[in-house]
Design a protein around this ligand. Structure first.
Ligand code: ATP
Ligand code: ATP
Ligand code: MG
Ligand code: MG
Lengths: 165, 165, 165, 165
């Protein structure tokens, strides 16, 4: 499978519609503190179905919606879409191009979509079973997870082994 | 279930010794140990790491950078068992010195034939190693934007200053 | 005891607003709050930090670098109340971007008239700011040695390579 | 008070007798991962009377003694001395120059000395009461303490306030 692009709109600090392309083998993301780099990672975990707000640094899931600034009001919804080329048929579907999307409205209503067709969360997580991709994947790593591995917090080592095994 | 876990565990253990030695030095010792062989599916997994002739009683005696590099060795050992289609690293290179950052970038490059990597970093050496660089910045107060960045060192310093807004 | 603590607390709170604004921007909001004013000697102390027009619900929503800079602001507010004869910082600049590292170094320089500072760092900008630089290296396998270092950028890169042994 | 020098011998990775001078306002310490920089900080905390091994990354206090490598045997004792100029009479003593020392032998015997005269631990901690200097001072800061302040782990914020108040 090959990542193609990530589209973010209204998610955390991404009040404006933003597209990031992932065409290369190694993509670097840089920028000042607080600019939104880790929010990009959160967006990917969120669209993959992350249900635990704490994993995304939130007190409530509704906190993912752009919450406004002194000069700009809150967004009506948060939307993230992640697009892949299904090379080597890693994902069990006939589609060659796959786009998964997740939306959360201020009302609390939420939607998931597969190639723009509404679906359920488990249709999305089901696609990625055994691929190594998921919201809490052993392949999405930040420094706090490195610390958890080293201190073995809440049996982090075994959980990581089980994802790869 | 037990034998399949033991099979995976032993493979990762073998990989760990290879990867650890490539990140530290060729005659270093390390190991992964199941603390209770009578209970392989539940017991704690111990990490033994003895870089560069040292004899620490546990990995908690190692330095910040040595521990981070050890965790990276474990992660890549899991990736050798089961490559993930893409891997995301959020500033995991922060505790590393320049020499270890080069080793980190080299192992990422090596594995990038089988997986796509997304690397978030503040480190200039890492920035020089990626295939494409995106800058995330505050487009307006509290609102993120993304731009392609052409990395030549002075260019990045200028962009970073502009990105600070 | 209560009134002396309240006296100190209010002074630190005032300092926090000054120091925070000097590390972020002049029209940013921040505060220190006693969560139970009826129990000032025991209750939790809350940190409110809203850098650059943002409106986070708690500091856990801030980025890694923003949180570190906020903690640094709190520490220096305590130092304004009661300067310590010497302060030691072990790699606290690691999560900061270049612009914030300059701010960190500037505030250290400012306070260095009243306290001696010992700064451990991997960051070249910080190295350029100190009065004297010592290099700690492995004299032989597993055995530390110390040498004075004359910092000019290429010099450090060479010394670091030599220090790797 | 003005720091003058730190002498380390047999403490952690400092198998060889080492002296570091602290004559300047801002001293920088640099070097590769695992070279011994944080061990210098541990040495200062230890000679100031640190009793909790966990604060020094140890399982037992005897772990501070250089424990040998493949090529060098263990040290018979660990010794650290810290020397000050007692400017502004910060320390309540008639001495203008003060040196505190701590020794730990493999037998488990330990010694404290003030200007080379054997004394008790509380003679040393008593000297520093109210100066802001101590093994767990608000003025000795590493990244994990920054995290504790931010997460308020074990009421870290209040403890730090109380040291400065
Ligand atoms: N719902 C939201 N609405 C608006 N802004 C938000 C929201 N959630 C988080 N933010 C802001 O996003 C910023 C954090 O961005 P992020 O963690 O991605 O920074 P970063 O680029 O990773 O920085 P660092 O280099 O310090 O790690 C914070 O300032 C936070 O206040
Ligand atoms: N009692 C001991 N005897 C010998 N070596 C020891 C002892 N205790 C710790 N060490 C070694 O000291 C090293 C740690 O040094 P230290 O933590 O000071 O590194 P550092 O320079 O701070 O590195 P980093 O940049 O990664 O933080 C470890 O490799 C550890 O094994
Ligand atoms: Mg971040
Ligand atoms: Mg260290």
């Amino acid at each position: 499978m090959k990542l193609k692009s990530l589209e973010i709109n209204g998610f955390k600090s991404f009040a404006n519609h933003t597209i990031i392309n992932f065409n290369e083998a190694i993509t670097g993301i840089v920028g000042p503190n607080g600019s939104g780099k880790s929010n990009v990672v959160d967006a990917i975990r969120w669209v993959l179905g992350e249900q635990k707000g704490r994993e995304l640094r939130l007190e409530a899931m509704s906190d993912v919606i752009f919450n406004g600034t002194k000069k700009r009001k809150v967004a009506p919804l948060a939307q993230v879409s992640l697009s892949f080329e299904n090379t080597r048929n890693v994902i069990p579907t006939d589609y060659q191009n796959v786009t998964i999307s997740r939306l959360l409205y201020r009302s609390g209503e939420s939607e998931y979509r597969l190639n723009n067709v509404p679906c359920r969360l488990k249709d999305i997580t089901g696609l990625f079973l055994d691929t190594g991709i998921g919201s809490d994947s052993y392949a999405i790593i930040a420094l706090n997870m490195v610390e958890d591995l080293l201190s073995n917090k809440e049996n982090a080592r075994r959980k990581m082994f089980e994802q790869a095994a | 279930a037990t034998s399949s876990f033991m099979d995976s565990f032993n493979k990762v253990r073998g990989h760990f010794q290879t990867v650890f030695r490539s990140l530290f030095t060729e005659d270093d010792d390390c190991d992964l140990i199941l603390l209770d062989e009578m209970d392989p599916l539940e017991c704690d997994i111990d990490i033994v790491a003895k870089p560069k002739g040292k004899k620490p009683k546990s990995i908690s005696q190692l330095s910040g950078g040595e521990k981070t590099l050890t965790a990276i060795a474990l992660l890549f050992s899991l990736y050798l068992l089961k490559p993930a289609p893409f891997c995301i690293f959020d500033e995991v290179d922060a505790p590393l010195d320049d020499v270890n950052i080069e080793k980190f970038n080299r192992i990422v490059r090596k594995f990038s034939t089988d997986s796509q990597f997304i690397i978030i970093t503040h480190n200039k050496l890492t920035m020089a190693e990626v295939d494409v660089l995106y800058g995330v910045y505050m487009e307006e107060q509290g609102v993120s934007g993304v731009t392609a960045v052409d990395f030549r060192k002075y260019d990045y310093d200028n962009i970073l200053t502009e990105m600070q807004g």
